[in-house]
Each structure stands twice: as structure tokens, then as C-alpha cells.
Design a protein around this ligand. Sequence first.
Ligand SMILES: [Zn+2]
Length: 222
Amino acid sequence: MENLIQPGEAQLCLDRRQFLKMGSALTAGLGLSMVAGNLGNIRGRMWERLSKSGVLTSPAILPLGHDAPPVAGALALNLYNIHTGEYLKTTYWEDGKFIPEALDHLNHFLRDYRTNQVLPMDPQLMTLVHKVGQAVDARQPVHVISGYRSPKTNAMLAAEGHGVATKSMHILGRAMDIFVPGRSLRELHEAALKQHAGGVGYYPKSNFVHVDTGRVRHWNGV
Ligand SMILES: [Zn+2]
């Protein structure tokens, strides 16, 4: 697990960068108060970004929206990552709350496999994928083509013309590209649209449906 960014380490990384920034700023002869102000801005922006991305979402919130009724029982995911060959079957919600250990396993499972970086994913994304899987009565693991994408990987894919958005929800840990063996992509697409829970992209040639927890919208890709 070394070299992976674990939940809670984002601040640590930031502090390291701040320290370097402070060092170079001091060398450049800037005043200390100016440096402190700059650090405050960096921290504020980072916090805002994490909040917006849902990374700081409390694990006690209800899945999928404030008006969703409390979910009784347990919610589980059965996934297969086509790039790493890993399977993960886990109950991530039980007794009215998310299970942190299960979310940790999901975060690792959904890592950027190219850079091995892990980001705390939006827990509501798990419930969205769970619901879509249920809606198509998935009998096999939901296949994951893409979960978290680091900014570096996303920029590389965008530069190579893979049709990825430069401000992709994958960078924020709020999107998954999926398909379900034994179920048509059209069926999966319709099930995702019916959730009215975020963005849905239909990629028939690439054979996946993109789902994310951003605002409700949909589009067709290739
Ligand atoms: Zn996607």
C-alpha cells in the first residue's frame, strides 16, 4: 500500500507543498505575512475543492440525496476491475451508515491503476452504482472500466484524444465507467437515467456507461 495517498493524507501532502513554497518564497525575499496569506488561500481552495468533490462528505449522510428515506438493512457492491483483474464484493452500508473499512477497500479498488493513486471516492457513487446494478438485476459483478483518474492520467488521455473531459468527474472521485455482462448497454443506460442522480454518459462503441454524482445531465459519447 505504500506510495498510495490514503484518506487523511491530502492535508499532509498540502503541508509538504506549502513548506516548499514557503522556502522558495523566503529565498525570493518576500515578506512572511505575504507568504502566510498565500498559504491560507491554498488551504481554502483545497478545502473548497474537497468539499465540492464530496470527499469531505460525512459518512453518516443518507445515500443519494437529502430526501432519500433511511435505508434499512445493508447495501453491497459486487465489482470487477477490468484493468487490474481484481474482484471486490463488499457491504459498504449497514445499520444506517457507511462502513469506513468497506469504503477504504472500494477506494483502493477504484484507484488510478496507471499511477496507483488512491482518492477517497464519493460514497454516494457507491449507492448510485448499487442501484443501477439492482435495476438491471445484475447476476454478475459490475465491470469497472474507470474509477478515479488522477489529473496526470486524465491530461494524458485528453491529449491522446480519448474524448475525456478535461474537468472530468473521475478526477474528483465522483464517476465510474461500467458495464454489466449479460445485460445490454442500452438496458444499463436506461437504468442509470432513471436514477436521476447525476451525470450519465452513453458510450456504445466503447461499451460502457459513465455514471457520476454531479448534477443531473446526460450525453452520448462513442
Ligand atoms: Zn467516465
